[in-house]
Design a protein around this ligand. Sequence first.
Ligand code: ME8
Length: 522
Amino acid sequence: MSKQSFYLTTPIYYVNSVPHLGTAYTTVAADTLARYRRMRGDDVWFLTGLDEHGQKVEEAAAAADMTPQEWVDKLDVEFKDAWKMLTISNDQFIRTTDDEHMRGVQALVQKLYDQGDIYAGTYEGWYCVPDEAYWAESDLEPANEEGERICPDCNRPLKYVEEENYFFKLSKYEDALLEWYAADPDCIGPETRYNEVVSFVKSGLRDLSISRSNVKWGIPLPWDESHTIYVWFDALSNYITAIGYGDPARADQFAYRWPAQYHFVGKDIVRFHCVIWPAMLMAAGIEVPEHIYAHGFLLTKGEKMSKSKGNAQTPASLVERFSVDGFRYYFLRDVSFGNDGNISMESMVQRYNGDLANDWGNLCSRLFNMVDKYCDGEVPDPTVHEDEDEGARLKEIAATLPDCVEDRMSKLNYGAALDAIWELVKETNRYLEESAPWALANEEPTLPRMRAVLYNALEAVRIVALFTAPSMPNTSAEVFVRLSLGDIWKIDDLVEAAKWGQIPIGNAVIKGDPLFPRIVED
Ligand code: ME8
């Protein structure tokens, strides 16, 4: 069976600041889906990267007394280190300062200019530097007491801009966009975002300024080098330049990978991705992406978490406390993807101690210890014990997981997928409790049953490790090592791998240290 291409992207992040929980959240969610699809046999291409041009980055560099290039090179290292720390398995990392990307963007704007979709005009209006977004007078509230005009999205002061610019005929694509939304209601998720985009486009689109004459840090327009390309036009194009748009040598790769199956974005950048981006593609005669999915914001005490508010923890500080997999698990399990989610240190400790230390970690510890003690540290032979019902409930739950997890993952319902897997974790703990292998180990006649019980529990643990691998890659790899099962990342047929009864009898089982040591609250 030939593999199917599955192309998944995160936003490319601005390098005005270091990676934070918000960007880590998007990236972990995308990584989990990428890993899951690989295990289901897809030929995955997972792209992330950096949005390095524009006024905001230019200003950040100036504030640090560095040239923009020095600044972006420094931040590039920080982002790559952060994603390495979080075991992100991206197949590619694009930077908008890459030559190949810059050539691709220039090819795209040139094509649109040549066909008359880009024209020269004058922009007079407001600009939000933190969002790199244009606002018309009619979008805004009257001036505040300080005489400032405020960005309706991020509530920060706007700058007035009056420039000769080039414009993209966005308004021309209004009908085509509406037809696309109507024909494919799944193209934007969740539904609230879909509705928001449709009503925004129905209210009418204005042409979009796609160049800046006063911003030096950007890609020059090929036909007029006194302008740089508007940073969003540059950034959105990364999804196609990364896989070869505009590069004849990579035409086959582009044809194979595009359209993307998923663009993951935060809800703050939905309009750019669901209106401007598809219109750019339509203008260029390129297919639109299959799905654009917007997750919500992480909130602390009900407020959007952000560095400027000072309520943002760094990913590194949380990883230090909760481990990489504890970090990943918390956000996937506790924040429903698509909605805003409150996060707090208390709920992190609760999740970690409850689900990971008590349920999953403890199951592995006690089981591996018993196998060590009663079975010489080897997977025991269950076949002498002939009771067919032994472990029946475990086998039943395990058999439901492939379809159930697939259904929930295809809806990006990470928490519900983990809930389903946790049924097996909990049932295995209950099974050990009820069968009491430590008592069965005391007498010769019950030894065959003891071996069957431990075998069944080991098999359940192997299956839990398989299904939790996308969200907790380090722990699952470690469980596979402890069960002498080889490289978990070679698995590309999860359904087959998850069939009951495959753990080899006689495999060495290593006790090891606790997978999730309990956190004692200060
Ligand atoms: O917008 N909660 O980059 P960016 C959840 N360069 N997610 C959050 C968050 C929060 N509190 N804060 C940020 C850009 N995010 C552009 C994208 S793509 C062609 C260009 C996440 O560095 C969320 O995914 O501002 C959001 O969309 C992304 O960070 C924005 O990152």
